[in-house]
Design a protein around this ligand. Structure first.
Ligand code: NCD
Length: 319
């Protein structure tokens, strides 16, 4: 890729991830100030270009851009000329011609952000593409985990997650979050086990560097973190589970299951949560849940990504 952008966690590698997490550390401090805003990207414009529904990712990118003093533009396919038949290419070229500096692209098809990056001058950030990747969610998750571990250990956040055992549970097959998290957690040294019925796991995990299991109760005693995924109903083309009740019974973090877990086991979910299916409402709000930290971290890591892509060299050097 010639122009800087962020399409995949794989493009970052361990060093790129650690660099962004360090930058995010300083932006998380900005968020704690009475006026949580810095002038770093004054005069730059960030457009969110979303062809698929979103609450947190779009608002998180827009919040991140605003805290860096960038201008923001919001494009949502449902209220645009896409409904009149305008093509993806014409749409993004139109936005590009308006002089936007970065486009955050979300689309139901894998590979769309990469295509867009080939058409526009703006830096392109993948805001979630089909079943492929969601790199900034994975960065938010790594940031959250390192913070949680530092809180527990009483020290500064470490650069790696070595020795941490994470179970990613549920609809891994259709989850871009899982794909990006496997790459990012793996790069930082965590051990990942994917848990779900065979129908909801990828047909092959060769080369993923993960373990696979089909019994949640067996795995729960062995891990430090349980990361629950939503069933991606909009991507299911056939019946992957006999019934949601049965799914919850076997793979949901129900109240009964949570009661049996050690107190220090952490619970994560990228949202949107379907309470009562993959996670019990009370468990989602309990002390072990990192769901709100994940959202908070999302803003800090997206500030880091936008800053790294859009700040001029002298600003990046602190000048
Ligand atoms: C996820 C997504 O859209 O990929 N949500 C998010 O961005 N935090 C996961 C999901 O939709 O289940």
């Amino acid at each position: 890729m010639s122009r800087p952008g962020l399409l995949s966690v794989a493009d970052l590698g361990r060093e790129g991830i650690v660099e962004l997490l360090h930058l995010a550390d300083s932006f998380a401090q900005v968020a704690a100030r009475p006026i949580p805003k810095v002038p770093a990207l004054r005069g730059r414009t960030v457009a969110t270009v979303f062809y698929e529904s979103s609450t947190r990712t779009r608002l998180s990118f827009e919040t991140a851009a605003k805290r860096l003093s960038a201008d923001t533009m919001t494009f949502t396919a449902q209220t645009s000329s896409v409904t009149k038949g305008e093509s993806l290419r014409d749409t993004v070229e139109t936005l590009d011609a308006m002089g936007v500096d970065a486009m955050v692209v979300r689309h139901a098809s894998a590979g769309v952000p990469a295509r867009v990056a080939g058409w526009v001058r703006a830096a392109v950030v993948n805001g979630g593409d089909g079943e492929h990747e969601h790199p900034t969610q994975a960065l938010a998750d790594c940031f959250t985990l390192r913070e949680a571990l530092a809180r527990r250990g009483g020290g500064q956040p470490a650069d790696d997650l070595k020795g941490l055992r994470v179970a990613i549970v549920g609809d891994v097959r259709h989850s871009r979050v899982a794909r990006s998290d496997v790459l990012a957690l793996g790069a930082l040294g965590a051990e990942v086990v994917l848990v779900g019925p065979p129908t909801l796991l990828p047909p092959s995990t060769e080369g993923w560097g993960v373990a696979v299991a089909h019994d949640l109760d067996e795995v729960l005693g062995e891990v430090d973190v349980v990361y629950l995924l939503r069933i991606q109903a909009e991507r299911l083309r056939e019946a992957f589970v006999p019934s949601l009740e049965e799914y919850t019974e076997r793979f949901g973090l129900t109240r009964a299951r949570a009661r049996r877990l050690p107190e220090e086991l952490l619970v994560m979910h990228p949202g949107p949560m379907v309470r009562g299916v993959e996670i019990d409402a009370e468990v989602a709000g309990s002390a072990r849940s990192l769901v709100t930290s994940q959202v908070r971290s999302g803003v800090a890591v997206r500030m880091a990504v936008l800053f790294r892509l859009l700040a001029r060299a002298e600003e990046r050097a602190g000048g």
